[in-house]
Design a protein around this ligand. Structure first.
Ligand code: E4P
Length: 226
């Protein structure tokens, strides 16, 4: 399962890409709004941090077909290779996905709440489909179950499209999808940190250092040579 950061906070992206095996960054207009500056600057800075080999997702904002294409062209011109344009998975969006596929521009069918939206986005040529786990849960359905169904639909139909599971609120939701082997998950920084936030782990790691120090008076192997 690929792992992406679902955030536009520059310091958080620097910290997480430094520490963890991250495949890229996903954004949406609401995430960019939190940065309170020109979204083009934010996206360009993210691209410079993650490098050209990581995947960066930015969303077309215009809701018309022509506007989606214009936004997509602008996003790709701005951010270069390995950029994926998020397009809402509605009828106009499917039309835009078909056109962008013909142009060779990678898209992600976003705002996916139902398996059949994902089916249509994948069939329209989207490279990713993004079900919103927590938002589906909040509607009284099971977001993890819906996402597993979507993965099954992609596999059964042999679509060249990956799940990009999104809108997580806890690591348990991510764990279940990781176990199932969905294509990818995008998580806010606190959710990623939550994968390993555990006092028992921290204590066990510190005990090794303490025991070594009792034996040698040093807190590292290399210090033994000093
Ligand atoms: C990512 O593709 C989505 O835009 C995002 O995960 C939505 O998350 P939210 O439900 O926390 O806003």
């Amino acid at each position: 399962m690929k792992l992406f950061i679902d955030d536009a906070n520059i310091e958080a992206i620097k910290r997480l890409t430094d520490l963890y095996p991250i495949d890229g960054v996903t954004t949406n207009p609401s995430i960019l709004a939190k940065a309170k500056r020109d979204p083009r600057e934010t996206l360009k800075e993210i691209r410079s941090i993650i490098g050209e080999d990581a995947v960066l997702f930015a969303q077309a904002v215009d809701l018309t077909y022509e506007g989606m294409l214009r936004d997509a062209h602008m996003i790709v011109d701005l951010l270069g290779k390995n950029t994926v344009v998020k397009i809402p998975s509605n009828p106009t969006g499917f039309k835009a996905m078909k056109a962008l596929k013909k142009e060779g521009i990678a898209t992600c069918g976003t705002v996916v709440y139902t398996p059949m939206q994902a089916y249509l986005a994948a069939k329209a040529g989207a490279s990713y489909v993004a079900p919103y786990i927590n938002r589906i849960d909040n509607m009284g359905y099971d977001g993890v179950r819906v996402t597993k169904q979507i993965q099954d639909i992609l596999d059964a139909n042999d679509f060249d499209c990956e799940v990009l599971a999104a809108s997580f609120k806890n690591s348990q939701q991510v764990l279940e999808l990781c176990e199932y082997g969905v294509g990818g998950a995008t998580c806010a920084p606190d959710v990623i940190d939550g994968f390993v936030k555990n006092m028992a782990i921290d204590a066990a790691i510190q005990t090794f250092v303490d025991d070594f120090e009792k034996l040698t008076g040093k807190t590292s192997m290399s210090a033994l040579d000093e």
